[in-house]
Design a protein around this ligand. Structure first.
Ligand SMILES: *Cc1c(COP(=O)(O)O)cnc(C)c1O
Length: 429
């Protein structure tokens, strides 16, 4: 290896020899973990390749459509490819779905009617869904339309509270919503198999309940998806995992034909459904992004494990730990002080290809009760499959780190964060 040149090029980025050595040691220690991650990516790559071949993806699929977007073959085939990759009957994959929250809001409001009850059986939903559901009042929330809501907390040890779930389910319970990734919570993320067990349990109590999974950040971290273990819908954002960093916007809903049809009617209009929606020429990026997604997710997973390993060595608590199995790409590091959070985020920002000269500052973001700091120097605005970190400025002063379009850029970000912590005198290398 060109070790001398390596030290030199990293030095030019602002990463010292001592920080780079920590990285080399970590990589050596993580050889087996990285191999597992590569195997998952290989399996998912083959799965996606096969889905593209089976559905006869061809050059005409990449043509732009405008206006109503009738007979958009590229859009229709992309939706079939998604359905095959997720093992579902149908899929709705659209640039008109603006983000993950929008996709989730569509899935909920399309399948819940006045008088129905929604149950979150594994703790509260993602922050932005609180307004969608009406837990925090908002115009046009499900609550305003007469949809009721119940929530069952996880047990102390982070497992499902089956007794409480059983007693929360009643004749009005129409749908359950399960979030795969931990989001901004400290609970562990759920594996696809845990989600499958929970769905089976719920179905044993009431067989016709619609089971919806918030799949954000979980896609392609395992070799199966929630729709393959009983979920009626898996929902997510294209500027996270399945867009592979190339999709400029969009969201997806994979699921049963019945649920997806309703989502399409809610997204466009009753009677129109999936038949309309011009693609405006972005389909190439959606196909290419999906195609490279397993590799991008693998890079993000390696970055997460690498960060956990290094920060544990430096004496910080990490969730999950470097030894735990991964079910999403998020890595939390409890840094213990506002100064450390700032230094960490400065490191991530300084290592970005875009806006690397900016210094992240905490700010009062709408919808959060404490200030939030964010680092992201991304090609696609707000894309969190790209290298990014954020966290609320409160105890335990944890940053949530994710993404990296390539493994080496994720590695650079993490080493730079270590460098900035050292520069600030918070750690010693
Ligand atoms: C990101 C995320 C969402 C919301 O997605 P946006 O695209 O930010 O609206 C919902 N749930 C989880 C678990 C997420 O990580």
């Amino acid at each position: 290896m060109h070790k001398k040149e390596m030290y030199e090029i990293y030095e030019r980025l602002g990463i010292s020899r001592a920080a780079l050595d920590i990285g080399f040691d970590a990589e050596n220690a993580l050889v087996d973990r990285f191999r597992e991650i590569d195997e998952t990516a290989e399996y998912n790559q083959a799965k996606i390749l096969r889905a593209m071949q089976k559905n006869r993806v061809n050059a005409a699929c990449f043509a732009a459509t405008t206006g109503y977007g009738y007979n958009d073959m590229g859009r229709e085939i992309l939706e079939k490819v998604y359905a095959d990759c997720f093992g579902s009957e149908a899929a709705l994959v659209r640039p008109q779905i603006t983000c993950g929250t929008h996709a989730l809001a569509i899935a909920l409001s399309a399948n819940l009617l006045p008088g129905d009850e929604l149950l979150c059986p594994a703790g509260g939903p993602y922050d932005t869904l609180e307004e969608v559901i009406g837990i925090r009042p908002s115009p046009c929330s499900l609550k305003e339309y007469g949809v009721r809501y119940r929530q069952v907390e996880l047990k102390e040890d982070g497992t499902f509270d089956l007794d409480a779930i059983r007693s929360a389910i009643n004749e009005k319970t129409k749908m359950v919503e399960i979030q795969r990734s931990k989001g901004y919570k400290t609970r562990p993320s759920f594996s696809v198999s845990q989600i499958g067990d929970l769905i089976s349990f719920i179905r044993s109590i009431k067989p016709d309940i619609i089971c919806m999974v918030d799949n954000c950040y979980g896609e392609f971290t395992e070799i199966t998806e929630p729709t393959q273990v009983g979920a009626d819908m898996a929902v997510g954002s294209l500027i996270k995992n399945p867009g592979g960093g190339l999709a400029p916007c969009g969201g997806y809903i994979c699921g049963t034909k019945e649920c997806v049809d309703r989502c399409a009617y809610r997204l466009s209009a009753p009677g129109l459904g999936q038949e309309v929606g011009a693609n405006l020429g972005i389909l190439t990026s959606l196909y290419q992004g999906l195609f490279i997604s397993p590799q991008v997710v693998a890079g993000a997973l390696k970055g997460a494990v690498f960060a956990a390993h290094i920060y544990e060595k430096l004496g910080f608590r990490t969730v999950p730990s470097s030894a735990e199995k991964r079910h999403d790409i998020i890595q939390a590091v409890e840094l213990g002080s506002p100064e450390a959070m700032k230094a960490f985020c400065l490191g991530i920002q300084s290592a970005a290809p875009v806006d690397s000269y900016a210094a992240p500052e905490p700010w009062a973001m709408p919808g959060y009760d404490s200030e939030v700091i964010m680092a992201a120097g991304t090609f696609i605005q707000g894309s969190s499959i790209e290298l990014s970190a954020d966290g609320p400025m409160r105890e335990p002063y944890a940053v949530y780190f994710q993404g990296g379009l390539t493994w080496h850029s994720a590695k650079t970000g993490i080493l730079m964060s270590v460098q900035k912590l050292a520069d600030a005198g918070i750690v010693k290398l």
